[in-house]
Design a protein around this ligand. Sequence first.
Ligand SMILES: Nc1ncnc2c1ncn2[C@@H]1O[C@H](COP(=O)(O)OP(=O)(O)OP(=O)(O)O)[C@@H](O)[C@H]1O
Ligand SMILES: [Mg+2]
Length: 141
Amino acid sequence: MDFPLKCDNPGAMQALGRDLAGELASGGVVGLDGELGAGKTELVRGLAAGMGCEGEVTSPTFAILQEYRAGARNLYHFDFYRVESGEEILALGWDELLEEPASVVIVEWAEKFAGLLPSKALRLRIEILSPEERLVLCEGP
Ligand SMILES: Nc1ncnc2c1ncn2[C@@H]1O[C@H](COP(=O)(O)OP(=O)(O)OP(=O)(O)O)[C@@H](O)[C@H]1O
Ligand SMILES: [Mg+2]
């Protein structure tokens, strides 16, 4: 995948998520940043579809974590927006989830607790260029 990448509509953001599913075939961790309404959840929707997850992706803002099954592996969708301390994240079994082979962990508002992410995590930032245009930057490996 080539970054920075321009997405002209929500479908393009979902397509990026689907491409990401291919890159994460053997699992991994992704941190997403970008202001409210940037399109982070839109990207997760595409990722979930690309992984073949069951169930519709909703914004986990009030739940911190949503889990989706994709065959033998899982997609863990975190949203750190309302999290006040790293303890809340650890209490959900964060360390164990990161160890799960082939599973994918994706985090909205990752920068709030960036220290929890493994150094090998892929870090993406979405910038709003206009009501329909987004620029996706890669800030990690
Ligand atoms: N190019 C685009 N890419 C992604 N979303 C877009 C784009 N153009 C318009 N949108 C719209 O922007 C909104 C993005 O919402 P989304 O919930 O994905 O943002 P978010 O980054 O998850 O916000 P939050 O921080 O509140 O969780 C949606 O309503 C979507 O339809
Ligand atoms: Mg969101």
